[in-house]
Every structure is written in structure tokens, then in C-alpha cells.
Ligand binder design. Sequence first.
Ligand code: TGC
Ligand code: FAD
Length: 388
Amino acid sequence: AARLNPLDLYDVRSLLSDEERMVQDSVARFTDEKVLPIIGDCFDQGRFPHELIPEIAGLGLLGATIPEAYGGAGMNGVCYGLICQELERGDSGLRSFASVQSSLCMYPIFAYGSEEQKQRYLPKMAAGEIIGCFGLTEPHGGSDPANMKTVAKKDGDDWVLNGAKMWITNGNLAHIAIVWAQTDDGIRGFIVPTDTKGFTAQEVHKKMSLRASVTSALFLDDVRVPGDALLPSVKGLKGPLGCLTQARYGITWGPIGAAQACLKEALDYTAERMLFGRSLSANQAIQLKLADMARRITAAQLISLQLGRLKDAGALQPTQVSLAKWNNVRMAIDIARECRDVLGGAGITTEHAAIRHALNLESVITYEGTETVHQLVVGRELTGINAF
Ligand code: TGC
Ligand code: FAD
């Protein structure tokens, strides 16, 4: 029999449609040609490669699932997942950029916005001309967003916002922020232009993770926005949580790409490296590790594909997304750390990808709901008891 593809042992690709395969191939080419040559240096320098934004937009990767009438690419959920997978094979920072723009900024405008808001923002966001960020987490504790302190008060026709948001991806890049705030009427979402008086973004430095991504604190000090900045069609925590379900879905795919990059690197390295008179990959202890990585990647691929099929059938449940986010990020971080080890000393620099992915995944396992949060969501589903 022909040898199997080590990065796709079950030929999951054969379960994709022609269109899905085409999308995967075009993003894979972009990652190979444009991302991989520069991303190690970007990570070293703590620099997001913003020069890639026009090409990312040109490929239809911003708002991929948003209908074409609003400038999106009108793709299905599986295509969006494959985009995340191939971007994160490059770096979690690039996938984060696309996740935030697509699922956390364009999605709420599409799902909760007025017709005027959709026309005004979505086409330019799909073109990468307007970049967004999503402000939910606050400095005092992100796992419990129901307890947010940021407030919006009605003043005539305007709204006045006060508060602070923490760990906000794209914060210092963004032209608009989707800000979630407590009102007399419960939690509401606002589209806040970042050049509004009283709005400041302060970049987070000294990060050891997601270094090729912009992370910021946002401060809102009497930020006054007109009445039409409010997202009219959603009220309560289900507004931001609905966006998180979209983004977390994509995040189940992304780490598959990171893990594949690491396994590929470990396979190449251990095949070449000669120790004790044989190639490193001829040792049982190494093969066990490699086999275990392939096993876990295969399971994750099947989980995400089925999740995507459920999403495209309109049957996706948030608990199913939680299980997959937990499983797939845990899979990838364990694999990246193990690959770092298999590379020996060579594994500690950004000349190789493993340590960069391992460090990035420390953010991915924390953001969009920590691993513990997702475990407790699954536990609640099984027992009917809320243990948060
Ligand atoms: P609960 O009070 O029970 O529910 C509130 C309402 O929301 C509904 N709901 C959901 N809707 C859509 N999707 C979901 N996943 C939903 N989960 C709940 C629910 O039905 C209810 O609706 P209604 O109509 O009855 O009002 O809230 P809960 O107990 O489920 O929530 C608790 C908990 C801990 C699960 C939740 O607070 C949580 O998920 N916390 C983690 C917060 C989090 O993930 N923050 C992420 C910030 S953004 C980010 O990290 C971006 S990183 C981006 C990048 O760079 O890639
Ligand atoms: P905490 O909520 O304080 O949690 C601390 C620890 O306590 C965790 O281990 C957690 O699992 C555990 N814990 C919490 N509750 C329980 C419980 N009931 N039982 C047991 N253990 C518990 N947020 C945004 O809004 N927008 C963004 O764009 C964004 N981008 C991010 C980018 C990066 C690089 C990072 C690191 C974070 C980003 N976040 C963003 C924030 C992220 O969502 C939060 O960090 C995350 O939700 C956790 O919140 P926290 O950091 O306040 O930790």
C-alpha cells in the first residue's frame, strides 16, 4: 500500500469538498510562502507582521463566512476552520488576528448589528481597511465576564462608557473596538471608534507568548458615542458568549495546524540526526512519542471536522465546542512541548518552530475560556450541576 500522509493518517482531506480543499491549499501556500520565512524573526522581535494584512484580506480570510453581499467570502464553517488550521500552522498570532477580526468583530456586527452598521463596517473590515478588536475581559478576572465593571450610561441620545479591558488582541492596531458594557438594561455591545476622545489602548509588553500578535489594555474614560454605536439586536451575556462560540470553533482547528508543524519538524529532525550509530527516529522511545502525536492529531482532526459539519447543519451546541477547544489545544500544547524536547538543544531557539508554538499555545489554552472553564462546561452538561 502507498505510504500514508504522516500529518493526515486517516485521509481526513478526502472528506472535504473540492471548494474546501481549494481554500485549504490557497491558505497553505500563503503560509508556506509568506509567513514561514519571516515568522521566527517576528516572534523574536515581538512584531505582528501587519504588512501581510492586505494579502490576508485579498484571500478572503477576513469574515470568510460573512455573506458576499457584505463583502465576506460566503464560505461555510469547515472552510473557516481550515483557514484557521493553515494560518496557525504558521503562527497562533496570525490565526488570532483572523479569529478576532472575523468571529469577534465582524460576526457581532453581522448577527447583532443594524442594516446601517453592517453596510458601514463589514465590507471595509473584509478588505482589511477597518481592523477591529473585542473588549470583554477585564483586569479583575476574565473567566467571569458576567461580573464586568465597565458601564455604559445613556445621556440624551448618546452613550457614555467608563471602564477598562485587559489582554485585548489587536488593541493597538484597531480602528474600532467592540466593547461590552453593563447598562441599566443588562450587558450591551457597542462599536467604539478607537480615535474617540477618552479611549486609549496601551500595548502589553514583556510577553513570552503570542509575541507576533498585538495585545493591549483598553481604557475608557468618559467615552461618548452616539446612539447608533449600540448593537441593537442582543442583550445580556449571550451576546459576547455567542461571539465566543464562533471564535472557539475556529480555535479548535487552529492548534491542529500548530501540532502538524511540530510533528513535521520532529519527523524531519529525528530522521536526519545520527546518534549511537543510527538515526534518532530508529529508537523505540522516539517512535512512541511520534506515534502518540499522530494519534492525537488524528483524533483532533476528526473532532473538528464533525464539529464543522454540525455547525454547517445549524446543529452546533456550545458544549460541543468546549469539549473540542479543551481537547485540541491540550493536544497541541503537549505535542509542541514534546517536539521541543525531541529536538534537544536545537529546540530552544526560534530557528525551529516547536518552542514558538509551545509558547504561543500557553495563550491559546488560556484565552477564549481557560481549559478549566471548558472542562467545567462539559461537567455541567454531564451532571446538570453548575460548578463554576
Ligand atoms: P449563563 O449565565 O448560563 O448564560 C448566559 C446566556 O448566554 C447563553 N450562552 C451562550 N450562548 C452562546 N454561546 C455560548 N457559548 C453560550 N454559553 C451560554 C446562555 O444560554 C444564556 O442565555 P440566556 O438567553 O438564558 O440569557 O452563562 P454561563 O454560566 O454559561 O457562563 C459561564 C462561563 C464561565 C461558561 C462563561 O462566563 C465563560 O465562557 N467564561 C469564559 C470567558 C471567556 O471565554 N472569555 C474570552 C474573552 S475573548 C478572548 O479571549 C479572545 S482571544 C482571541 C484571539 O486572540 O484569538
Ligand atoms: P482568571 O479568570 O483570573 O483565571 C485564573 C485561573 O483561575 C485560571 O487558571 C482559570 O482556569 C481558573 N479558574 C477561574 N474560575 C475557576 C473556577 N470556577 N474553578 C476553578 N478554576 C477557575 N480577552 C478579550 O476580551 N479579548 C481579546 O481579544 C483577548 N485576547 C487575549 C490575548 C491573549 C494573548 C491573552 C493571554 C488573553 C486574551 N484575552 C482576551 C483574555 C482571556 O480571555 C482571559 O485571559 C481568559 O478568559 C482568562 O481570564 P483571566 O486571565 O482574567 O484569568
